[in-house]
Design a protein. Structure first.
Length: 490
């Protein structure tokens, strides 16, 4: 995604590259199956990709040039970009005194073990698993009894399918934007070589909860449509322009897809952890506060606990838990406090704390395919048919895998620090997924700590919530329904 965003400013600076001319050789082979795959891919062209492009253009045109970087600008005091120690005291800010800091746990080095005090009478060990992302493992974070209870509570509440086939309500946006095929092509063409490689289409087309196309699927589509006559897996602009239609979304909804072909194949539910919740859930929240060392209100105002069950064959392809945040993007959790009219919203999950509620008989590891990789390049994730994002096929090729062990917690930061004690840019290395469960069932729970990279917006949100609490404490359960599934992978 970052690749795509960076290509926006360039896009206006360079004219559309002329696509190389290509001879049309018509293959007679055309099957119903291939056609349906084509429809699948076109849904993403028309629905999802255009939404992403819309965001990029929106940011671009509303921002002028060169303002893409930070969510908050205009307060450069010439300080060195280091984390101030948490006790240093508030630093003056442009509009308000900064009263909150986000301390980060020190990783030191991979393999480093530190003792943490989370419960009375016992110290836990916290081991550093990687520095990019900053990732820790804490065995025994939950007792056997607590694991069992959380699973039971989830079962009592009932779990629902984690995936929604096609995100709705994005077609209008596409129409409003009125992009020509040339413009779309140019935005998709990350490396600006005038051709669309398989990777360029695949990396853009994988939505959360969408359909997971493999390079083979895509080749089939090309063949069925005669979209790529020379079979080199590249699409020129002329070829791309032929691939336009509108009625695909309906088709996809009728057609039904196997759950193994989805981005995500699991069931989940949400457990509220606020006042009145089961004491074990309350206690877990307190433990998370102690572990993360964050201001307690931040943890309390975050999403409820998400409990997820993967059956045998379940998986979750690699993704980011948060989206990149621009001034025009609203965080789902602080939407109340955002008074811009932006239609773009993303989850802002500063930290993920993942609990393993059972030990899985086979598979089900959590993979971090690019953890501590020297560099990160989105295009390199799919090479020669090895797709590092594919957790059904290539978990063994990623850089780091965590084996699920009952009671263990893993914690990682989805954002970097801004160097001033608040949230910085999305950490692309936090890419992770759930490997396919080969035997048994896998139960996990996620605690996401929501923080708005826009400090003022976070503060305003917290003020609004506490006002609501003091006026009508009955109806103020701000995190009872956090748009549960807003799990963005932009
Ligand atoms: C948002 O609204 C608040 C009050 O409703 C106002 O004080 C603030 O200036 C507004 N911010 C922006 C950026 O418009
Ligand atoms: C991982 O790092 C290596 C060495 O810098 C690089 O060649 C490779 O492309 C990186 N992988 C990804 C997915 O960026």
């Amino acid at each position: 995604m970052m690749e795509a965003q960076q290509s926006v400013p360039e896009e206006s600076a360079h004219p559309v590259p002329a696509p190389p001319r290509r001879e049309r050789v018509f293959l007679q082979k055309s099957s119903v199956c291939s056609r349906s795959y084509f429809m699948v891919v076109m849904v993403f062209f028309h629905v999802y990709i255009i939404n992403v492009i819309a965001l990029l253009l929106y940011v671009h045109y509303n921002n002028g040039q060169g303002e893409l970087g930070g969510a908050r600008g205009g307060e450069n005091s010439g300080r060195a970009p280091f984390d101030p120690p948490p006790h240093q005291g508030p630093e003056p800010r442009s509009r308000s005194e900064r009263l909150m800091y986000l301390p980060r746990i020190e990783g030191i080095r991979v393999g480093h073990v530190q003792k943490v005090s989370l419960v009375p009478d016992r110290l836990h060990e916290m081991r550093t698993l990687s520095l990019k992302p900053l990732l820790f493992e804490i065995p025994g974070f939950l007792s056997e009894e607590e694991c069992r209870l959380v699973v039971q509570l989830a079962q009592l509440k009932g779990l629902t399918e984690s995936q929604v086939m096609v995100p709705e309500g994005q077609e209008e946006l596409a129409e409003q934007l009125d992009l020509s095929p040339e413009e779309i092509f140019n935005l998709l063409d990350l490396n600006q070589d005038g051709q669309l490689q398989l990777q360029e289409i695949l990396t853009q087309s994988r939505v959360r909860d969408g359909i997971w196309l493999t390079p083979e699927n895509l080749r089939e589509i090309y063949t069925g449509l005669k979209a790529d006559p020379d079979g080199d897996g590249l699409l020129s602009l002329a070829e791309f322009k032929q691939l336009s239609s509108n009625a695909f979304q309906r088709f996809l909804q009728q057609r039904g897809v196997q759950s193994s072909q989805l981005v995500r194949n699991s069931r989940h539910t949400w457990l509220y952890q606020g006042e009145g919740a089961h004491h074990v859930l309350r206690e877990l929240q307190k433990r998370v506060t102690r572990l993360t060392r964050l201001p307690p209100q931040l943890v309390e105002l975050s999403e409820p606990l998400q409990v997820v069950r993967y059956e045998q064959g379940g998986h979750y392809h690699a993704h980011h838990d948060s989206g990149p945040v621009y001034p025009e993007t609203a965080c789902t959790h602080t939407r109340l406090a955002a008074n811009s009219s932006t239609p773009f919203e993303t989850s802002c999950r500063y930290i993920t704390v993942l609990f393993y509620l059972n030990s899985v008989e086979g598979g089900g590891e959590t993979t971090f395919p690019v953890a501590d990789n020297r560099t990160y390049e989105e295009m390199s994730l799919i090479q020669n048919d090895v797709d590092l994002l594919d957790t059904r096929k290539n978990c063994d090729k990623g850089n780091l895998r965590v084996t699920p062990t009952k009671g263990t917690a893993v914690l990682w930061y989805n954002y970097l620090s801004d160097g001033k004690g608040w949230v910085g840019e999305l950490d692309e290395y936090s890419l992770h997924g759930g490997c396919v469960v080969t035997r048994g069932t896998k139960w996990i729970a996620n605690n996401w700590i929501n923080v708005d990279p826009d400090y003022e917006r976070q503060v305003r949100y917290q003020q609004l919530v506490s006002q609501a609490h003091s006026t009508a404490s009955e109806r103020s359960k701000p995190n009872a329904d956090p748009h549960g599934d807003a799990h963005q992978d932009l």
